[in-house]
Each structure stands twice: as C-alpha cells, then as structure tokens.
Design a protein around this ligand. Structure first.
Ligand code: URA
Length: 449
C-alpha cells in the first residue's frame, strides 16, 4: 500500500487483514496530529487495530511515529556527565516508586527527566501526589526543566502539549470508542511518550494482580514482553519487571500521605517494606542499563550507600525547591503537607488474617474520598487517603485495624470504611495458610539492536 493512499484506503487495507507499511503508519499518525484525519477515521483506525491486532514490525512503526509526532527531547548539547534514564509504571495503588526512584538514581549519577501522569481510574498519579506539595510547579518552562535535570539530576513534571501530540488525540478517541484495551495501542501509547524524552535506557514496572491495569498474569506478562521488544527495536535499551499489585505497594495510598511515605524512605526513617524492595530493584536495573554499575550487586551497593548518606534525600529536596516547593520540606513536612480533618481506624468485622484483597476496590475507595477523579476535570483532595493498610497475611483484630481512613467528613469516612471492609478478606487462618505473592515475578532485559 502506498504511503500516499487515502486514509480510508489504508484503514480498508488494515480492516481486510493486510499489514500496514511503516510509511503508511507514519502517514496516518501524521494525519492524527495535524487534524487531517477526522475523528471518525481515527476511531475506525483504532477499531481495526483493536480487532485485527498488529505485527511486531507494525507496533514498532506505530511507536516510532507516535514518538516523533512532536518534540523529541535531546540532551547532548548539555554534555551531561551521566546517562539519561527513566522509569514508567503501568499504574497501581500505593505505588509511589517514582517519587523515591527519581532522586535515588540521580544521586547515583543518572539524569532523570521524568514526564509523569495523573491518576487514571483506580490508580494514583505521580503529578497529583506532587501537587500536594505547596508551590510545586508541574509545568515549568522548558529551560527550567532542562536546568533542573542538569543541576539536581532529576525533575518530575507533567506532559507538555508538544510531547507525542498524536497520542493525546488518539487516546482521547480510544477512550470513547471502546478501543483502550488493545496491546499495540497501549504499547505505542506508553512508549511513544516515554521514548520522546530522549532516554539512554528505560525501566518498565508492569503490574500484575488485582490492582493492575491488565486483568490476568498472562496479559500482564504479554504486555511486559511486548513493551520490552518494541522499545528495544525502537532503539532504547529496556528492562521490564513484572511486579505484584495484588495489594497496595506501600502501606498507605492517597496523595499527601504518599509524599510523606516517600520522605520517610528517602530520609531512612523507614528502612524496609515492599515499596523499598521494588524501587531498589528497578533502580538497580537502571544503573546497570545506564553503565553506572558493572553488576546488579554493585548497583545495589551504590544505591544503598547513596540512600544511607542522605544523597538521595538531598536530590529530592533540590528538585522540590527548584520547582517552587518549600526548601525545608524534608525537615518540616507536617507543616506543609495537608492533613485530613477526620482520621479513623477501620476494623474488620472479625479477627483473623488478611487473606485476599481487591486492590482495585481499595483504589476506588480513595477516589470516592476525593483523592482521585470521577471525571477528567474534577479537583483532587490531596489530604485524604489511607494509612497503615494491613498487608496480606497480617493479623487484624479489635486493636489492629485494616487501615486508618483520612477523610474530609464523617460521612465520607463511613462510606470508605464500608468499601474497605468489602475489599479486604479476613479469615481465621494461621500465617502459614496465607500464600504471599512473589513481589518481583519476572525480569525481561533487552538491549537496543
Ligand atoms: N497508559 C497510557 O499512557 N496509554 C495507554 O494506552 C494505557 C495506559
């Protein structure tokens, strides 16, 4: 099929089972960004891709076309003394990895220009969390963003209109045409945006379990391996980790409460837990891929040293201050981070151990409290959320609650408590009876070809 064909002819070819050439895909994606394809044509294209799938070569071409549909960040002129690295997650509950990983990797010599998103559905968003810090500007000028990446080694900001504009339009149309759940469309959407950031290496955290975007382990694994293959064929070395989301990753979930948790980890007030383990594993992969360590063990030693020395916390503080937040956030976070007026423990109906969680429902309880959005333009309440969430296998009783709910009103707290009790299963079993999920279930490493 010629790259000059009418869009409807290209859509027809795909509808009839033909593979699209890279030129045809580039032409179509160009038409999505410049508006020459109508909404109807974009919707029809998304649907034929949804129904017929795409070959690996087509998915690579689609990803590259989305990446190149707008500005592609370049860092060579800054002559940074280390690799440009980033992490992306498919989203979860209590997943504040980015807040800790970005400054941590920067403290080890990496440069992290992290373009993050807002909460989506039941999952939290890094930008929403950062906006609970008074003054933090998620949309700095390009010069300020580049300066901060250079000076602090890390800047976590929002997507600009110039970055992968084709994805913005395509995603909005997918959202209303029942075409979100398509592997090639998901992969090109995620990677198109990330690869536009001019990275030397990427690490992907693909979640699996009841709070994950993909419904089954098999689907999550397929997503992880497709992302790894496509990123590497598009020229970016990548490691994809498949990690557990059958319970919240941190013992808290919300916005300001997650920033507090990040500070506790960065300042070594807290020294263990699932969140730290996953963050450490992802960061180690980035150091390896970026050539900042020769082995995984060496990467872990470097990471542990930079956390214990306070260097990672110092990078976080520099980033926050550089983007307009308080310079003394680490020392005086209670003064700056909002707190909900109502804080209540939620007790299970019976004593026993937590045997199972509907993590998606836990995330939706936070949305109902106001910590996430029901509609795209809803305002977020940064103060609400959950803390002290009991883990799988943990004993709960009249003293140890399932969690503490932080709410704006008594009515909201009551509603969230009911949602939480329905989402967390408690049974009269021994610790040995509860099968704990493996935290890191797979590691897929791919070099660029
Ligand atoms: N996140 C994205 O950015 N795009 C998708 O298609 C799905 C999740």
């Amino acid at each position: 099929m010629s790259a000059r064909a009418l869009p409807q002819e290209l859509i027809r070819a795909k509808r009839d089972g033909e593979a699209l050439s890279p030129e045809a895909i580039r032409e179509l994606v160009g038409g999505i960004s410049d508006g020459s394809l109508s909404d109807a044509q974009v919707g029809a294209l998304a649907m034929v891709i949804y129904l017929n799938g795409m070959s690996s070569a087509e998915t690579v071409a689609l990803t590259e076309a989305v990446r190149d549909s707008g500005e592609v960040l370049a860092w060579t002129d800054l002559e940074l003394p280390g690799p440009v690295l980033d992490k992306h997650s498919t989203g979860g509950v209590g997943d504040l990895v980015s807040l800790v990983l970005g400054p941590w990797v920067a403290a080890c010599g990496g440069f992290v220009p992290m373009v993050s998103g807002r909460g989506l559905g039941h999952t939290g968003g890094t930008l929403d969390k950062l906006e609970s810090i008074p003054g933090y500007d998620i949309a700095p000028s390009r010069e300020r963003f580049r300066h901060l990446v250079c000076e602090a080694g890390v800047a976590i900001v929002g997507q600009t209109a110039e970055l992968a504009p084709a994805d913005r339009r395509l995603y909005a149309i997918r959202d209303v045409t029942a075409t979100v759940e398509s592997l090639p469309l998901i992969v090109s959407s995620i990677l198109g945006k990330k690869l536009a950031c001019g990275l030397d290496a990427l690490v992907m955290d693909v979640k699996t379990g009841s709070g994950a975007f993909m419904p089954t382990h098999e689907a999550s694994f397929e997503l992880a391996s497709t992302i790894a293959e496509v990123a590497s064929r598009a020229g970016t070395p990548i490691t994809a980790l498949l990690t557990d989301m059958s319970q919240p990753l941190a013992p808290c979930a919300g916005n300001a409460v997650e920033v507090r948790e990040a500070i506790a980890l960065l300042t070594c007030e807290k020294r263990d837990g699932r969140l730290l383990e996953v963050t450490r594993a992802l960061a180690a992969e980035l150091l390896l891929a970026g050539g900042l360590a020769d082995s995984r063990d060496a990467a872990l030693v470097l990471l542990d040293d930079r956390l214990a020395s306070g260097a990672a916390a110092e990078r976080f503080a520099r980033m926050v201050a550089g983007l307009g937040g308080p310079a003394d956030l680490l020392e005086r976070h209670d003064r700056y981070l909002p707190q909900a007026p109502i804080v209540h423990p939620v007790h299970a109906e019976r004593s026993g151990r937590v045997t199972q969680m509907d993590t998606r429902a836990v995330g939706l309880a936070i949305v109902a409290l106001g910590g996430g959005r029901r509609a795209p333009h809803d305002a977020i309440d940064p103060a609400v959320g959950l803390t002290g969430i009991a883990a799988l296998g943990e004993a709960v009783d009249g003293e140890r609650p399932l969690a503490w709910v932080h709410a704006r009103s008594e009515a909201d707290a009551k509603h969230a408590a009911a949602q939480l009790k329905a989402a967390i299963e408690v049974n009269d079993v021994t610790a040995g009876d509860v099968r704990l999920p493996t935290l890191i279930q797979d590691v897929i490493r791919r070099e660029a070809p």
